[in-house]
Design a protein around this ligand. Structure first.
Ligand code: WT7
Length: 659
């Protein structure tokens, strides 16, 4: 048992809602545990009334008459209703008289002499989104066409997403840290013909050459007809005649108004690609009505957002991941609480960047990942201590289990011992929070994501679907549909069923191992598939393996997770070399291979450890012994062999029986 897991098993500190929070947050959406239990029970016993009531508070063109049509594994929510997500995020606020309220506070990374700040009101957003929507239309984008977005964290990214939603063109955002080949895979899978990008993006004082990666990808994407380019860094780029256009030339000359398309609740809102256990990333499908209702309602409830009380919310995620989609953009704007968007790195120009931003913008809600918190701890307490963090009311974490040490540091040094921490468990597939404390309500325990959100019938079961006793580890499942759930994997129905619905028939299997303690609190123990969670980012071990074997020196590769102080899970690669390369199994080849993976996938996939082995340890039936490799990577089962090429075959024979 790892030290982290054993300390979580014995965690017993309980934190009740703080007086500071209760007296400053405004009215509580869920005032106490009695209310939580009543609402949870209602959401389980009568989900139709529960979700119907919440959904009716949004703007619909044609009101829905049926809340849910459930034919496992296919859910249709509010299906005969029509609406538009952009209208609910933007136009509605303007029409209700809040056009001059701040929707987005954006801060660029460069900050000499001062950081560049843009405050965007709902009215600004309405104008900019409409112009952008018209520009997309001028490029031939029609309802149903997928638009690919590969941008840095600039306001134009949010504007483009909303413009797509406005005209009914699903977007597919690709994280700007991914390499050209990731663009190729995703653009071809989505059959997307238009890409919106930036000349480059600022990251730690350097330019990330986004447009260059798009150009490289387009060499293999003959169907891409238009590339729209935001000028951000002034990095030298080439514009291809007939295909590439500048944002500042095309968008600015468009008309200021563009009607919202009337979309069916089950029309596709976006695709977001995420890693699974095979090499090919899957395009998770989220649709209009259910996703809108679920993200806005979870945001409002989990963060206890109250419009008009000077709340300022800052989520440090990149919009290229689901956290940014749901809790920088779609969940926030309908709640009319300003959302902070930051362009760059947390340690630029220094390790106190986030703390200076919290002080500068009087941030009340701060949402980040355990991996970031562990980095802050390492950077030192003096960084937060130098800044005024007294505006903070609530802290959140997401992405991976948080170790109690990091939780306590966050609580003490950032929350000044008086802010509740919401440890929100969810996934790209769930659209929004599924297990989370509610602030001012749920007593928290460091390391536990506590209790299920309303409407989420979460349970720990065995492979036959039978619920397990307290503290027994098993599969995390959800037994009822919920509005924000994925509607499938783009173009791959078989994989949708196989991945989520076949391990335990009739239940959604999240892919995580977990347990519930005596008080019913959930503790996530980690992925049970070949997915690893590196710095809160999901990566398929097979993707890294494919990248490695595409290098001429490599014949075979096995990738497993290993404990890592900052990243939570690091990447360990075991590599067998081609006979012609065995002589060069040295540090320089290691570096070459690591760089190769970075080029193929992106820096997040760069292995932390590469070991050369004469043979990969395999069972008699030829399966790679991953558990043995995980133990070796964790340093638990080291061989005595110190020659350059390690030989794990003897160990494999000893261990075969327990794999
Ligand atoms: C996987 C989903 C949801 C946004 C970020 C990641 C892990 C996520 C927690 C948490 C323990 C967590 C799970 C999950 N995870 N949040 N609070 N506690 N584990 O989204 O890339 O779809 O990854 O992240 O393993 O399955 P994602």
């Amino acid at each position: 048992m790892s030290d982290a897991i054993s300390s979580m098993l014995h965690e017993s500190r309980v934190f009740e809602p703080s007086a500071h929070f209760l007296s400053n947050i405004g009215p509580l959406n869920v005032p106490d545990m009695g209310a939580y239990e009543r609402m949870y029970r209602q959401s389980m016993d009568d989900p139709i009334t529960f979700w119907g009531t919440i959904a009716r508070a949004f703007r619909w063109y044609r009101p829905f008459t049926e809340v849910l049509d459930w034919n496992c594994p296919d859910a249709r929510w509010f299906a005969d209703g029509t609406t538009n997500v952009c209208a609910n995020c933007v136009d509605r606020q303007v029409d209700d008289g809040f056009g001059d309220d701040t929707a987005i506070i954006w801060e660029g990374e460069p900050c000499a002499p001062e950081p560049e700040i843009r405050r965007i009101t709902y009215r600004d957003l309405q104008r900019e989104v409409s112009r952008t929507a018209n520009a997309l239309k001028s490029m031939g984008v029609r309802r149903g066409d997928v638009v690919t977005i590969y941008m840095g964290m600039v306001p134009e990214l949010t504007i483009t997403m909303l413009a797509c939603a406005r005209i009914g063109a699903p977007h597919s955002v690709i994280f700007g840290g991914f390499a050209a080949s990731a663009i190729v895979d995703r653009v071809s899978d989505a059959k997307s013909k238009v890409i919106v990008t930036c000349d480059g993006s600022w990251r730690r004082g350097q330019v990330v050459p986004l447009k260059q990666s798009v150009d490289e990808a387009c060499e293999r994407l003959p169907d891409v007809a238009h590339v729209l380019v935001v000028r951000r860094t002034n990095a030298p780029i080439t514009m291809r005649e007939g295909r590439d256009q500048w944002w500042h030339e095309v968008v600015t000359r468009q008309a200021d108004d563009c009607p919202c398309e009337e979309m069916g609740a089950e029309d596709l809102l976006f695709l977001l690609y995420t890693s699974g256990s095979t090499g090919k990333p899957k395009g998770i499908r989220h649709t209009t009505g259910g996703y809108m209702v679920f993200t806005a309602f979870t945001a409002k409830t989990t963060f206890n957002l109250v419009p008009g009380r000077n709340h300022v919310y800052f989520c440090t995620a990149d919009i290229g991941w689901i956290t940014g989609h749901s809790y920088i953009v779609y969940g926030m704007l309908p709640n009319r609480v300003p959302t902070v968007m930051y362009e760059g790195a947390p340690n630029f120009p220094a390790e106190d960047r986030f703390w200076s931003m919290i002080a500068r913008h009087r941030v009340t809600h701060f949402y980040t990942a355990p991996t970031a918190i562990r980095a802050f701890m390492k950077w030192g307490d003096e960084h937060p201590a130098r800044h005024d963090l007294t505006s903070l009311l609530l802290l959140g974490t997401v992405g991976e289990p948080i170790n109690p040490e990091a939780w306590m540091w966050y609580h003490d040094k950032i929350g000044l011992k008086r802010c509740p921490i919401v440890d929100t468990m969810w996934q790209t597939e769930t659209g929004g929070h599924i297990i989370t404390p509610l602030p001012g309500c749920t007593p928290t325990v460091p390391g536990s994501c506590t209790l299920p959100f309303f409407g989420i019938d979460a349970a720990i079961v065995n492979e036959r679907g039978e619920p397990l006793a307290p503290n027994q580890g098993g599969l995390l499942v959800i037994r009822k549909p919920w509005p924000g759930m994925l509607r499938g994997i783009h173009g791959d129905r078989a994989r949708y069923i196989e991945t989520y619905w076949s391990k335990v028939p009739g239940m959604y299997v999240a892919g995580d191992g977990a347990r519930r303690d005596e008080r019913g609190y959930f503790w996530i123990m980690g992925r049970i598939d070949d997915v690893i969670n590196v710095s809160g980012h999901r990566l398929g071990t097979m993707e890294v393996e494919s990248a490695l074997v595409s290098h001429p020196a490599v014949v075979e590769a096995a990738v497993v997770g290993m404990p890592h102080e900052i990243k939570g899970t690091g990447i360990a690669a075991f590599v067998t070399l081609a006979p012609s390369s065995t002589g060069s199994a040295d540090a320089s080849l290691r570096k070459q291979l690591a760089e190769h993976v970075t080029r193929e996938i992106g820096a997040i996939a760069r292995p932390d450890m590469i070991r050369f082995t004469a043979q990969l340890p395999k069972t008699r039936s030829g399966k790679i012994m991953r558990r043995l490799l995980r133990d070796i990577a964790a340093g638990k089962d080291l061989t005595q062999d110190t020659t350059t090429l390690e030989d794990f075959t003897v160990l494999a024979k000893l261990r075969e029986s327990d794999e």
